[in-house]
Design a protein around this ligand. Structure first.
Ligand SMILES: N[C@@H](CCC(=O)N[C@@H](CS)C(=O)NCC(=O)O)C(=O)O
Length: 267
């Protein structure tokens, strides 16, 4: 049974959750506390200290693109990689573009605004967790905030640059949408999935499976910036891709996951 180790709000995790759900791969999700997740990820994979991590058959893999390649291999239908080699290269190139040129920037721009509001961030980071987890994160939040600022290079100047990168990624997205409505060829691929998942914090689409920061909680000037992107054709495209392709969850509840298999020795 595949196990997805996740930080619920992470847009890179959302990429992998979407791929698992899209292919109807029954899986278990284990939510980790931000900060501590890096230690767990490193322990599981040996080489990666980021979420998501996917454990299959006792082996653990980090990095959303590597994980999607594994899922594609194990569960080829419906495909996320185009069959045609040139289209496949393009889809993977776009996946890489949004991973590198959008992912870190949208995260930095949002956390620059949110990290000074533990009352917003702690509940987002501890959804569905026992009260003790919330208290632990609340107590450790000043340390987590310093660590996140360092690790993700969050500062006012860097965030301003990251906003410009978000606009550039939105420009590219809009240039790449073909008359079919998809980025590559005539159907939904890993390129569409990646662009939509990594841009989810902009339109905050209804199909995102966990609570998101509310519009009213964003400081005015940042909310105006985010809303201006959400209103663009690319922002609307993200919502539409969520509506058409996000599908239903293939997560197993703890009860389903622990149903013992029938014992062949018992007649
Ligand atoms: N390239 C990685 C990036 C994943 C990533 O940056 N994950 C963040 C959560 S949004 C993380 O775990 N960061 C912890 C760290 O960098 O120490 C992927 O595609 O999975």
């Amino acid at each position: 049974m595949p196990v997805l180790w996740q930080v619920q709000v992470s847009h890179y995790v959302e990429k992998v959750r979407w791929a698992l759900d899209y292919k109807r791969v029954p899986h278990i999700r284990r939510s980790l506390l931000p900060g501590l997740h890096a230690v767990k990820a490193k322990r599981l994979t040996g080489d990666t200290s980021t979420a998501p991590v996917l454990t299959i058959n006792g082996g653990s893999t980090g990095d959303s693109s590597r994980i999607i390649a594994l899922i594609e291999e194990g569960w080829p239908q419906p495909p996320l990689y185009p069959e045609d080699p040139a289209r496949r290269r393009r889809a993977l190139e776009l996946e890489e573009f949004f991973d590198e040129e959008l992912g870190p920037h949208i995260r930095r721009a949002f956390y620059q605004e949110l990290l000074s509001h533990p009352e917003l961030v702690v509940p987002l980071f501890t959804q569905g967790r026992p009260r003790g987890a919330r208290a632990l994160l609340r107590a450790g939040f000043p340390i987590l905030r310093v660590a996140m600022r360092q690790r993700f290079e969050i500062s006012a100047d860097a965030a301003a640059n990251s906003r410009a990168k978000m606009v550039a990624a939105m420009d590219r997205l809009e240039r790449e949408i073909s008359p079919s409505g998809y980025l590559v060829g005539e159907s939904f691929t890993v390129a569409d999935l990646t662009a939509a998942a990594l841009f989810y914090p902009v339109p905050r689409p209804a199909g995102f499976p966990y609570a998101m920061v509310a519009d009213d909680d964003l400081p005015d000037s940042f909310r105006e910036f985010v809303d201006s992107l959400a209103r663009r054709p690319g922002g609307q495209w993200v919502e539409q891709i969520y509506r058409r392709h996000r599908g239903v969850s293939a997560e197993l509840t703890p009860a389903q996951a622990s149903v013992p298999r029938p014992d062949p020795a018992v007649k």
